[in-house]
Design a protein around this ligand. Sequence first.
Ligand code: SAM
Length: 242
Amino acid sequence: MVKRESIVEYKVEPIGLIHSCYREKFGIPRQPGLVKSAQGAIEVLPPCDREEMFKELDSFSHIWLQFLFHEAVSDGWRPTVRPPWLGGQKRVGLFASRSPHRPNFLGLSVVRYRGLRKEKGKLFLDISELDLLDGTPILDIKPYVPYSDRLEGATSGFVQFAEKQVVVTFASEAESACQQYQKISGRDLKTLIREVLEQDPRPASQRHKQREYGMLLWEMNVRWLAEENSFTVLSVQEEGRD
Ligand code: SAM
């Protein structure tokens, strides 16, 4: 039997930091792979910023990321949670959930790997389809290996894939702001907004109310009106501008 005293304490240090289109928690999809146009990069930190450590990684389309839910730590955790999949009504055990609020605040996501890049002496791994907040500390990176990671016949209990039922439209001002932003940055902000809203980021308790919301994607503030299952993007403005 393992004695608790024999377990050695071990300090974990981040090997990288995430740069993400998601600049705040609200709006981030509940899992990776759901928003195809979500983009980001891992800035690899010393002593791991050596290209040799990533040799052959470009032969993999996807990578596993282990990370710290750094913005959940100050809120602590509870033994049971109310997952959004159950409409926020029913409690399940924390370990039957993917909640960020857990004893070691560790997260696990599989994301698309886009390749390695060097910029101003720093090493970056470009990724997409992520579900991570900007600034998230990365603790480890491993290749996704379909032959063993893809499990035929796996079941997922109460977590069911939600059909997209949300209709997203853009006010003309918001649409031209997206076009303008794309000209300057090269980023397809309109598609990102649409895909994020199609995941319906509202808390389950607010799904039947008409309400205006704001979220930050890249450096742009996006305001949208939710009416049942129809969302209208009202404005897209640079952060800090009224
Ligand atoms: N795929 C991961 C997992 O299963 O461990 C994350 C799933 S968790 C349900 C996804 C949510 O975590 C996102 O919607 C976002 O609100 C939140 N999140 C992402 N990065 C975070 C961070 N660094 N700190 C706190 N919360 C974060």
